[in-house]
Design a protein. Structure first.
Lengths: 304, 203
């Protein structure tokens, strides 16, 4: 492809514009894995009240797509998970591009103003603030591309989030107890059917980061470790058997799935964390090359 | 499951035959009212700038488009977690005479008592369906307490057959979420026993 010559300022503007439009898209259309899973859950549902809830969801998503309006009013505090090639030309500008694109999309979509400065306790009215959006970085060697996950989680499914450190004696049995307890206390208010992210590591912050990364993994994907995959399945079946149902008002199924992400641990600790994604799991993945040509990995048949 | 349309102003008699698990729709005045508005009225004693007697509140923070000249349009609106207002809701019902509280998820003993003593309902709008809800709002009549920002302002909405609304607490104080919780906890213990036997990975 012919290399388009642009100065840095134009490149920054172009990428900000694309990212702003991408955020808008994520606000009104769910990724294809989530759409497919909801369809499947709706078809399987037998509880009459739960069926009405699924029908309401389907109608809402249709309207949101047509009207290009945020399908849920709580458009969250934007989070980005970035894997940036060491040679991506805008590596130094990326943080400010991503922040600016939230501001721009907030005006244009519009998104809700969800950035409240702590202690001073005022809403900035701009949906950006100190450390908001949050941007988590990984650097990739020998690459000039950037892969960006953008995630919009509302307050409801953020509330169940929790991390702790177990003693090895509590074992993976302790992990099961930790996750199940969170489901019956907070999970039912977090807009099930949920995608449950479980992170395992050493300490609270490693486990917490793993649990959020777990929510970036597609619905229906499996952990490559056999035991971890077994635990995903056991927890999924177990939580479904509790019977929370959509909106916690009972139903055949309660989950879109359980994703576990794990890293090595200190011999004396098991760090565990949970994060939940609501049924309106607004996750999007976009990849840019060095010329700012982009590809959207999560949504099909869409234009920005 | 029965369907019913409630029209504001609502009186005690209108709520007599409504039971938990019923589906209802709401026509009339629905005011968004959440954390800080509850706190202001109950903790700080600041009177609400809008009369809620016989009307409905919505635990919600909408996205509103400002068209200028005090003309606003609801873009997306949906319920937020009602439990956050539990601490204030009994006194709030007593103080305001509100008849229907629309929200998400369950509420607790405090709200149960408020609903029973003062005849009111807590109902659930299926959350996350904010565009559908917005299309049921005919217009924004007034806005108050704009100093609280877009999500927390009191948006006074005129709605038509707003729903589906699932009754979670009825005017007798029956509470579907509290009843379900007993069953969920029992099943959770069973599942823990079952799963914990199969995850002995540390050998």
């Amino acid at each position: 492809m012919e290399k388009v010559q642009m100065n840095k300022k134009q490149e920054v503007e172009k990428m900000t514009d694309i990212m702003s439009k991408f955020i808008t898209l994520v606000s009104y259309k769910l990724p294809k894995d989530v759409e497919a899973k909801l369809k499947e859950l709706s078809a399987e549902e037998t509880n009459p009240l739960a069926k009405i809830i699924y029908e309401t969801m389907e109608e809402n998503q249709k309207l949101a797509s047509e009207l290009k309006r945020p399908s849920c009013q709580d458009t969250g505090v934007l989070q980005y998970f970035v894997k940036c090639g060491e040679n991506f030309p805008l590596i130094g500008q990326l943080d400010s591009i991503l922040k600016q694109s939230v501001y721009k999309s907030t005006k244009e979509t519009p998104l809700r103003h969800n950035s409240v400065e702590t202690f001073d306790e005022y809403n900035t009215g701009e949906n950006i603030g100190n450390g908001s959006p949050s941007i988590f970085w990984e650097i990739e060697e020998d690459s000039d591309k950037v892969e960006i996950y953008t995630y919009m989680a509302g307050g409801g499914c953020t509330l169940p989030g929790m991390a702790t450190v177990l003693m090895p004696g509590e074992g993976y049995e302790g992990v099961v107890k930790f996750v199940l307890d969170r489901m019956t206390t907070y999970g039912l208010n977090a807009c099930p059917p949920l995608l449950v992210g479980v992170g395992i590591g050493t300490s609270v912050e490693t486990a917490a980061m793993n649990s959020k990364k777990a929510l970036m993994r597609p619905v229906g994907s499996k952990n490559t470790n056999e035991n971890a995959a077994k635990m995903e399945k056991l927890l999924e079946d177990g939580i479904n058997a509790i019977g929370l149902g959509p909106q916690g008002l009972k139903g055949s199924k309660s989950l879109m799935g359980v994703n576990v992400v794990n890293t090595a641990r200190h011999p004396s600790t098991i760090g565990v964390a949970i994060n939940t994604g609501c049924w309106s799991h607004r996750r999007g993945k976009i990849t840019f090359d060095a010329n700012l040509n982009y590809e959207i990995g999560t949504h099909e048949g869409v234009t920005l | 499951m029965r369907k019913k349309v409630l029209t504001t102003p609502i009186n005690d008699e209108d709520l007599k035959d409504i039971k938990t698990g019923d589906l209802i729709y709401l026509t009339g005045t629905l005011v968004t009212c959440r954390d800080v508005a509850h706190r202001r009225l109950i903790e700080q004693g600041v009177p609400l700038p809008v009369d809620l007697k016989g009307n409905a509140i919505f635990h919600a923070g909408p996205i509103v488009r400002d068209n200028g000249n005090e003309n606003y349009e609801i873009v997306s609106v949906g319920p937020t977690t009602s439990m956050r207002m539990e601490k204030f809701e009994k006194e709030f019902i007593a103080e305001t005479g509100v008849k229907v509280i629309v929200g998400k998820g369950g509420m607790g003993k405090n709200t149960e008592e408020g609903c029973r003593e003062h005849k009111a309902l807590h109902v659930v709008f299926p959350a996350g369906n904010a565009v559908l809800a917005a299309t049921k709002v005919e217009r924004i009549k007034e806005v108050h307490w704009k100093d609280l920002g877009m999500p927390e302002s009191l948006w006074v909405c005129e709605v038509k057959e707003f729903g589906p609304l699932i009754v979670s607490i009825d005017a007798e104080g029956n509470n579907v979420f509290e009843q379900n919780k007993v069953e969920f906890n029992k099943k959770k213990e069973e599942q823990y026993e079952l799963i914990s036997k199969q995850v002995g990975f540390i050998k």
